[in-house]
Design a protein around this ligand. Sequence first.
Ligand SMILES: *Cc1c(COP(=O)(O)O)cnc(C)c1O
Length: 338
Amino acid sequence: MIMENLNPHDQRPMLALAHGDPSIFPCFRTCRNAEAAVVDALSSGQFNSYGTAVGLPPARKAVAEYLSHDLPYDLSANDVVLTLGCTQAIDIALTSLASPGANVLLPRPGYPYYEVFSAHIGLETRHFDLVPKNGWEVDLDSIEALADANTVAMVIVNPGNPCGNVFTYNHLQKVAEVAKKLGILVISDEVYGHLTFGSNPFVPMGVFGNIVPVITVGSLSKRWIVPGWRLGWLVTNDTHGILQKYGVMESIKRIASISADPASFIQVKLDLSQLDGIIDDIDFCIKLAKEEKMIILPGVTMGSKNWLRVTFALEPTALEDGLERLKAFCQRHATTNK
Ligand SMILES: *Cc1c(COP(=O)(O)O)cnc(C)c1O
C-alpha cells in the first residue's frame, strides 16, 4: 500500500528506511574472503550432494566453536541445528513446543512472524509489553500475570526488532529468573546478536543458558561479514556521526531512555498533535512515500501503533538524504505552520 504511493514523476532516488538488510549497500559488502570461501566450497565438488537435515557436521562444529567464544561453557556440534535462515529455526522451535492447549508469550512490539507461524500451527499467543521508558525492557510483572500451566515458552528478541535496544546483562538475568520460576523455556532470537556494540559486549545465550533451558535462534541475514571473519552489525562511525548531527541519538534516548547505541533500528513515537492532517502512522508513511519518495515502516505492523520503525542500515549518504527529506516533510506538515 505504501509502495503504491511512491511518486513515479519524482526524479530523486527512492529511499527505503524500512528494510533490515544492509548487504545491498556497497559500504556493507561482505568481505572478499567470505565470498571466496563460498566459491571454493562450491567448486571443490565436495558439498554438492544432499546434506543432512540438521546441517553438515563441519559447519555445525564451526558454529559451535564460534558461539562458544562468548560462553562460559562449550557447545558441541550436537547443540547446533542449521536451518534456512532464522525463519525456519522459529518454525522448528515453535512446532516442537506446540501441543494441544499450549500457549507462548511474545513481546509487543515484536517481530510479527512469531504470530503468523503460531496461528498457522494453532499455538495460542499472549503478549507482554516492552516498556519504552525503561529502554524497552520486558515488563516482568506482566509475564507472571500472563503465564499459566499451559505456557511453554517466552520469546526474547535481543537486540530488539523493531526497537533496536540491547538488554543489559542484569535485565536478561531477571528475565531468565522469571522464566525459571514459571518453569518455561526461553527462545532467544539473536538475529543481530553475538557481536560487540561499541564497548558493550553482550552474551544473552550465556546468561539464559546458565539459568533456564534456552533455544537460541539466529541467522546471518541482517549482519554483514567483515574482514577477518568477524560478524559486524551496524553503528559505523559515519552512521553514528549522521545520527548525532540530526539529533537522532538524543531524541531516541529521550523517548525510550536507551542507554547503549541502538542496533540498526530505531523506534520513533509520532506526536500527531504536532502534525496537521496526519491521522496515524500508516497515513504518515503513505504521505511520506507520496511527497518524499521514501519508505518507513509504520509501527502498527510490529504492534506499536503511531510509532515508526526507521532503519539506519544504509549508505551514510542515503541516510543523510533520508533524514533531510523526513525533516522537510515534518516541517511542511507542522501544525505551527498553519
Ligand atoms: C529478520 C528476522 C528474522 C528472520 O530471519 P531470516 O534469517 O531472514 O529468516 C527472525 N527474527 C527477527 C527478530 C528478525 O528481525
